[in-house]
Design a binder for this molecule. Structure first.
Ligand code: NAP
Length: 243
């Protein structure tokens, strides 16, 4: 039986690195993305080059109907299989001071980062519970632990996912499904490409941004059998920026 991993936002950045890491661990990869077909195809080719099966699963995590129909359709086509590892990685940021923050900035960020994690997890969870095994790995952020000025929407969404992680870990433990979160600090990706890197890295004790591959290595560990006794945790990966 094949082992499947679904990575939301797998087309670019941390998600792409997770697809490659999990492929190297022998998982067949379902690569979710929302709009960047070219980047998604590049990830698909990179995964296939490792000799592993992969397919694109396009849906907007913020749209409940799209999430459910994509996952249910995949499940109908693959009725003997199930998604054993879910990496909830899709995310956006739309920073603004609360005073200036529009309804759209609030809703788009909470709907993608928080609601999207809920919709995708719920759709995949029933199969994991049924099979009595599974790994759910939520990519949150330092912003959801400490709060960041200009990110009330993003901090709230990521803090919400942290709460969801801890609650679901307790619900799912008896079915041997573990649920953990990873909280990166500054990681070099498209999401941080407009930030003043030289100034910000001075704030980081390790004096650099992290790489997507370093986050993916932690995802790989949480997906592995070796992490079977870890659940309900939030693991930081931030170069010492906040402890
Ligand atoms: P990124 O380079 O901007 O990539 C974002 C990914 O999410 C893309 O694959 C994008 O798909 C996908 N995506 C966005 N909205 C989506 C939606 N509605 N439905 C499905 N997919 C969607 O971001 P990143 O830096 O790798 O961030 C990945 C995760 O890490 C996010 O949750 C982010 O909040 C978190 N994080 C990042 C940092 C950092 O410093 N980079 C720090 C802490 C936490 P398309 O290619 O189709 O647009």
């Amino acid at each position: 039986m094949k082992k499947y991993a679904l990575v939301t936002g797998g087309s670019r950045g941390i998600g792409k690195a997770c697809c490659i890491k999990l492929a190297k661990m022998g998982y067949s990869i379902l690569i979710n993305y929302v709009s960047n077909e070219a980047a998604a195809t590049e990830t698909l080719n990179a995964v296939k080059a490792l000799g592993v099966d992969a397919e694109l699963l396009k849906f907007n995590v913020a749209k409940k109907d799209e999430v459910e129909s994509a996952i249910n359709q995949w499940q109908e086509k693959n009725s003997d299989e199930f998604i054993q590892v879910l990496v909830n990685n899709a995310g956006i940021r739309k920073d603004n001071l609360m005073f200036w923050m529009s309804d759209d900035e609030w809703h788009q960020v909470t709907e993608t980062n928080l609601n999207g994690t809920f919709y995708t997890t719920r759709a995949v969870l029933k199969y994991m519970l049924n099979k009595k095994t599974g790994r759910i790995i939520n990519i949150v952020s330092l912003s959801g632990i400490k709060g960041m000025p200009g990110q009330a929407n993003y901090s709230a969404a990521k803090a919400g996912v942290i709460g969801m992680t801890k609650a679901l870990a307790q619900e799912a433990a008896k079915k041997r499904v573990t649920v953990n979160a990873i909280a990166p600090g500054f990681i070099e990706t498209d999401m941080t490409s407009s930030l003043p890197v030289e100034d910000l890295k001075k704030l980081v004790p390790l004096n650099r941004f992290g790489t997507a591959e370093e986050v993916a290595a932690l995802v790989g560990f949480l997906a592995s059998d070796e992490s079977a006794y870890i659940t309900g945790e939030v693991i930081s990966i931030n170069g010492g920026l906040h402890t």
